[in-house]
Write a protein that binds this ligand. Structure first.
Ligand SMILES: [Zn+2]
Length: 78
């Protein structure tokens, strides 16, 4: 486990059909009625869809990338 990696879930916002990085702690909290992405985009929980990403939010990518060391930026768990 790499503590430098922020725990985020990329979920599609139905508002802009773009995948934003939402903190996993928010997504896993059933009491939350909305999620707030790294870029400050917020969306009601019922409008955040968990599907395979196609269009990443540029702001979230930059904010997420700043937390990830260069040599690990393009690695995935898959
Ligand atoms: Zn975003």
């Amino acid at each position: 486990m790499n503590l430098l990696l922020p725990a985020v879930d990329w979920l599609m916002s139905a508002y802009d059909a773009t995948w934003h990085a939402f903190p996993t702690a928010q997504v896993n909290d059933p009491a939350r009625t909305f999620y707030q992405a790294l870029c400050d985009h917020s969306v009601p929980a019922r409008h955040a869809e968990r599907t395979v990403p196609r269009v990443f939010c540029p702001a979230c990518l930059v904010l997420y990338g700043t937390h990830v060391p260069d040599e690990q930026r393009w690695q995935t768990d898959g």
